[in-house]
Design a protein around this ligand. Sequence first.
Ligand code: PLP
Length: 328
Amino acid sequence: MTDSGAFLEHLSAVLAGIEAEGLTKRERAIEGPQGGWVAMEGRRMLNLCANNYLGLADDPRLIAAARAAMESHGFGMASVRFICGTGDLHLALEARLAGFLGTQDAILFAACFDANGAVFEPLLGAEDAVVSDSLNHASIIDGIRLSKARRFRYANGDMADLEAQLKAARDGGARFVMVATDGVFSMDGTFAPLAEIRALADRYGALLMVDDCHATGFVGPQGRGTPARAGVRADILTGTLGKALGGALGGYIAGPQPVIDLLRQRARPYLFSNALPPMVVAAGLAAMDIVEAADDLRAQLAANAAYWRAGLEGLGSACCPANTPSCR
Ligand SMILES: *Cc1c(COP(=O)(O)O)cnc(C)c1O
C-alpha cells in the first residue's frame, strides 16, 4: 500500500532540492493585458520577455474578431474535431496558414506542444529514424519519444555531427529518415543553418521538419519563416498561434496533403482533445490579415531588437551574437 505521507515528503524533498539549486520558478502576475509595458505589483514595467513579437496580444482588431466570433459561433465547440468540433472558421484558418506557408494543407492543434507531440508517431515507424538537434524544444523531444522511430541526436547546429548521424541512420538501414530542428532555437534565440541542413538532408535522402514557433510572422520575406529566409523547403512545418500570431493559444502542422490527411486520422492529440474555441480561431484569421501586410511591424521589431542589443552590450551585458529578436 502506498503511504501518501511518505510520498508527499518525497515531493517536498525534491522541491527543496530545486530551491537549493536556485532553480525555483516564481510567477509574477501581470495586472492587465500583455504588452511592451505591463502593470505588475502596482508598477508600470517595461517587458522584454514575452513572445509578443508583433505586439498583437492586445491588438483591438484581434479582440474585435474574437468578440464577433463569440457572438456568431458561441463560446466553445464541446467536441473533438472529427466528431462535431470542426467549424467553418477552423477550415478557413487551416487553409489560410497553408497558403501563407506555401504548403498543401495545415491542421490545427490546441498548442504547438501538441502539434510536436503529434507529428512523429503517426508518420514514422520502427523501420524509420529521426535525427534531432540537441537544443530542440522539449515538445519535439517528447514527440520523438512517442514514436517508434530510432533516435539520433546531433550537437546544436553542428553540421559535421548532423552528417555523422545521418550516415549512422542510413547505415542502420532506416527506411525513412527525418531531420527535426527548431527554425530559431527557443533556448538561445539563434538560427538553425537551414540551407546546410537541407543540403545534407537531400544528400542522405532525408525529410526535414522545422518548428518555426519563434519565426512565423516575423522572420523571412513577409514573415513566412526560417525556410523562406534560407530559401529552402521544409517538408513539414510546425508553429504556434501563441507567440507572434496573437499570443493566445493554438498550434499547427503544415505540409503535403498525405501528411496532413494521415495526421487527421491518426494524430492522438488531434483525435482525443477538444477543438480550439471559435474566438481564438477567428482572432487567428485576423492575425493573418495583419501579418501578411505587416512589413512595418517587422521593421519596428528589427529596430527594437537592434536597439536593445546595442544598449545591453553597451552596458557590458553579453547578448548572444544571433540577429534574432528571440536572442536570450
Ligand atoms: C513555444 C514553443 C513551442 C510550444 O508552443 P505552444 O503553442 O505554446 O505549445 C514549441 N516549440 C517551440 C520551438 C517553441 O518555442
